[in-house]
Design a protein. Sequence first.
Lengths: 114, 111
Amino acid sequence: GAGVSQSPRYKVAKRGQDVALRCDPISGHVSLFWYQQALGQGPEFLTYFQNEAQLDKSGLPSDRFFAERPEGSVSTLKIQRTQQEDSAVYLCASRENPYTGELFFGEGSRLTVL
Amino acid sequence: KQEVTQIPAALSVPEGENLVLNCSFTDSAIYNLQWFRQDPGKGLTSLLLIQSSQREQTSGRLNASLDKSSGRSTLYIAASQPGDSATYLCAAMDSNYQLIWGAGTKLIIKP
């Protein structure tokens, strides 16, 4: 695709529900990142994939957060038993190279947990 | 541990002015530094990427400089326009290939 695509753009969940956020990176991009962004703050790193391998998940805030990229393209971030503190914008980004180069972001998925 | 700071947090200037946004980092061992723009409710748009071996990059009215020895990068915007109003973020790639982010500068260009 022409850019990084994320869906849904907006998601409202009741506390305790499970949610799944999808990211479609730029075709051929090896690296894929998930970030969490609170209002007025810079993005906070969650996890990183190189192709299908999840090389770094040190930023995932709890074991309720799970990410996968099974075929090295589309990625899904899953949040189980959502809590109010999970409310944020979840950003996906991709990069052509494994380690350096320009990072391209999607529009983000705004999650609101009631 | 690398830390990235952007000062000021907010800036308001009249249309037409040239302006400079600042980004400072504590560890000079970076691979690159990237400037982004974020409009309200939107994702981040890449503006300029400066490799560690470069001193500056230019795109249209934007010019970004990098001085690793002083731990500073600046984003210069010439002849500002109301459409430039957005939050500008910088991110430095550290020696572990991690991006370390500033909190951003919210820029308002008054018509």
